[in-house]
Ligand binder design. Structure first.
Ligand SMILES: Nc1ncnc2c1ncn2[C@@H]1O[C@H](COP(=O)(O)OP(=O)(O)OP(=O)(O)O)[C@@H](O)[C@H]1O
Ligand SMILES: [Mg+2]
Length: 583
């Protein structure tokens, strides 16, 4: 019922919890004073001796106690707020810091939607745990004991019976706890899955529409939502049943206490005022625990969420990286590198490659042979590779992510453009770039004229650049990459899915860049790699052939065959185009 790790994490909230218990306890004492004063007054009214002065004094006493009680209750609410105010911020910060530590490869361990759910709703549930549940837990132990000690001299029998009935509520809580824990674990699991598929379907909605698969996915999601509804109803039923049991115990216990008090009064073992006091305070024995029961269910939900949050916080991190790359040319070397996304399915089988500083290297091979996986390793996204990858002679694993990102820029076929303006997107590449610098790169990628006719650098960019054509998006992404001005550039199919003019223009820039920087080009189209210093032909995670274009042609192997085949296809395509144009 108490999660020590959570308490340790939010240690500063402890003092607010102690204060809350104190304020609540003081409020209870005020109530006892009020009830006691009224009881004494009642006693005097029946037995005689009631004077005007006594009535006024008692009235003042009751009024004073009421005012104090109001003040203490207010303080309790205020400290409850203070106890919970930092919970969300601290936990969300921890989740955020952890994700930063996991770095670019966080998705190897957890899905984005699960992180979002945890950081949003999971953390929300924990607010009640800290703000209300913990203090109530301690107060509900303190309150019955205090009342017992006060009422014991009034009538021992009734007080003992009331105290004995109180633990029945925690017993019912413990009884339901194990079942609740299992159920809530399942609840969060199903909730997570629903979140995953919702996010995926939303992101892929256009594709689903194109293939008219949206209906099928909607049915699938309906099914998942139905499962979620069922488990939610189960959780609610469990909570409702459990609170009903607690109500029966609480009100039943109070009724038994009152009954015993009445019989003691009839036997003359307790005065009228004493009996009145016990009857008025009997329910106070149970109310704190009953309230604890209500908070308990929300707290349980929070604790189940905290298990998930701690599972994330406990994910193994790469050891603290220390190496910062030097301000020197960057060479890269793969020695016997192996990689697998999942156990038992090797993607790279011990490959060795060299990318000397300032060289132009190309990676080619059929789809799925592992080219992008290599780019992912270099960008620090695919961790857990075997063998060695050296950057400036230093092991890539030990190089800080920040330093690596300064040295290597990846341009892929789906580079992300952010909602905002052209300027904002470009300045991500270099926040210090001047307008002149930005226009220079835009001119290079042939976007200057187009943007001049729009709103220049302030031209709006929609999410994922959806208000730009595919070629324009790619050229804008290239301009941003050029502004980054890193010593190494990786182009992963940067020219696929775009028009021939854009492709030719991008290739021209890549070739120009290759004269100053280390360039790695991944391309299906062999005509693009002809100018490379070295070409690696990959097959099933192995290097099948390596050399420059002429050497590979001379080998008359797979590269040569593929090159001739593609050349033939392209010249056939051009011939056909000519015929169409002439006719
Ligand atoms: N995130 C991933 N999880 C599991 N398997 C993956 C993942 N990414 C890629 N793979 C697998 O790794 C293999 C190599 O993929 P990779 O993306 O490196 O190929 P590629 O050579 O870049 O192909 P293409 O030319 O089509 O882009 C593929 O068989 C693919 O199924
Ligand atoms: Mg690829």
């Amino acid at each position: 019922m108490i999660k020590t790790r959570l308490i340790k994490l939010l240690a500063h909230a402890k003092k607010y919890i102690v204060l809350q218990v104190l304020w609540k306890w003081l409020s209870l004492i005020c109530q006892v004073v009020m009830v006691y004063t009224i009881s004494v007054l009642l006693e005097m009214a029946v037995r005689g001796g009631l004077t005007e002065e006594k009535i006024i004094n008692s009235g003042a006493m009751v009024f004073g106690a009421m005012l104090l009680r109001f003040f203490f209750d207010r303080q309790a609410s205020l400290t409850s707020f203070k106890a919970s105010v930092d919970v969300k911020r601290i936990l969300r910060e921890k989740i955020y810091e952890k994700l930063l530590k996991l770095g670019a490869s966080y998705r190897e361990s957890i899905t984005t939607s699960q992180v979002v759910q945890m950081a949003a709703e999971g953390v929300e549930q924990l607010e009640i745990y800290f703000g209300k549940y913990l203090s109530q837990l301690f107060y509900s132990l303190l309150a019955p004991i205090t009342l017992f000690l006060i009422l014991l001299p009034v009538n021992a029998k009734a007080s003992i019976i009331l105290l004995v009935c109180v633990p029945l509520i925690p017993v019912s809580i413990v009884a339901v706890q194990k079942f609740a824990k299992k159920l809530l674990h399942k609840y969060w699991g199903i909730y997570g899955e629903l979140g995953d598929s919702f996010l995926e379907n939303l992101q892929g909605l256009t594709t689903l529409k194109i293939y008219q698969a949206d209906e099928e996915k909607a049915v699938e999601m309906d099914r998942e939502s139905q499962r979620f509804r069922q488990i939610t109803m189960k959780v609610l039923t469990m909570q409702l049943n459990s609170t009903s049991v607690m109500d029966i115990i609480a009100y039943g216990g109070a009724a038994v206490g009152m009954g015993v008090t009445f019989s003691e009064y009839m036997k003359g073992n307790v005065s009228l005022g004493g009996a009145f006091m016990i009857i008025l305070l009997a329910s106070e024995f149970f109310i704190p625990l009953r309230l604890l029961g209500s908070f308990f269910h929300i707290a349980m939900n929070g604790m189940a969420a905290s298990d998930k949050i701690f599972a994330l916080l406990d994910l193994p991190e790469q050891k603290e990286k220390e190496i910062v790359l030097e301000n020197e040319p960057v060479d890269l070397q793969f020695t016997n590198v192996t990689f697998a996304y999942e156990k038992g399915r090797s993607i790279l089988n011990g490959i060795s490659m060299n990318f000397p500083a300032g060289s132009f290297t190309s990676l080619v091979g059929v789809s799925g042979c592992g080219k992008s996986t290599i780019a992912g390793i270099l960008m620090g996204r695919n961790k857990g590779y075997g063998g060695n990858v050296a950057v400036q002679g230093k092991e890539l694993r030990d190089v800080t992510e920040e330093s690596l990102m300064k040295k290597i820029t990846l341009v892929s076929h789906n580079s992300y453009l952010f909602k905002g303006t052209v300027r904002e997107n470009l300045c991500m590449g270099n926040p210090e770039a001047t307008d002149m610098g930005l226009w220079e790169k835009l001119e290079k990628v042939n976007l200057k004229e187009f943007l001049k006719n729009q709103q220049g650098l302030e031209t709006k960019v929609s999410e994922k650049g959806s208000n730009f054509s595919g070629g324009q998006c790619q050229r804008l992404a290239l301009a941003r990459a050029l502004l980054h001005d890193s010593p190494v550039y990786i182009f992963d199919e940067a020219t696929s899915n775009i028009d021939v003019e854009s492709e030719e223009m991008i290739m021209e820039i890549i070739r120009e860049l290759a004269q100053m920087k280390t360039v790695i080009l991944i391309s299906h189209r062999l005509a693009n790699v002809v100018a490379s210093d070295r070409i690696y032909l990959l097959e099933d995670g192995n290097i099948k052939e390596a050399g420059n274009h002429e050497e590979l042609l001379a080998q008359n192997g797979a590269y040569s065959k593929l090159y001739s085949y593609q050349s033939e296809l392209e010249s056939y395509g051009k011939e056909a185009e000519k015929v169409v144009m002439c006719s």
